[in-house]
Design a protein. Structure first.
Length: 156
């Protein structure tokens, strides 16, 4: 004897009370495992890898003013004073941060995070420039954010 539509829908309805919570729990566990794997890979990369020109993930995050990435990378143990290769000018992540003045709100947060993590504002690149010197032109042009950033990045 075959189930009619009502019987089948009742069976599926009762089955759903059992399977969906189990599936939901499994899905949450699976998402947690995937998140932990991605986090492990990112943190491993922060500690052990860089691009061919010495650009670390922190250099790139500061270049683009990505505050959440900077926070995560610093929390994962990124070296805030590491310089990239001579091919890129032997710059720190602070040099990269000062290289652009767009995205000012996030860039300011990046600056604060880097300084709180012990970034050295006195490290010069291969041309002898410290990060605050990158902002001279913008400050002379009247950019108020550049002036604020320059004050924060000037050695005391």
């Amino acid at each position: 004897m075959f189930c009619d539509d009502v019987c089948l829908s009742e069976t599926l309805f009762h089955f759903s009370f059992f399977i969906f919570p189990v599936f939901s729990l499994f899905r949450s566990f699976l998402l947690l495992v995937v998140f932990e794997c991605v986090l492990f890979c990112v943190l491993h990369c922060v500690r052990h890898c860089d691009a061919q020109v010495g650009q670390t993930a922190l250099h790139i995050a500061c270049l683009w003013g990505n505050a959440s990435a900077v926070r995560t990378l610093i929390g994962g143990g990124a070296d805030v004073n590491q310089t990239n290769d001579a091919q890129m000018g032997e710059q720190t992540a602070l040099h990269m941060l000062a290289n652009r003045v767009n995205n000012s709100d996030n860039r300011w947060i990046c600056c604060q995070l880097m300084l709180a993590a012990g970034a050295n504002v006195s490290i010069a690149n291969m041309n002898g420039d410290i990060p605050s010197q990158y902002l001279d032109e913008e400050v002379q042009g009247g950019d108020t954010f550049a002036a604020k950033l320059q004050v924060a990045l000037t050695p005391k």
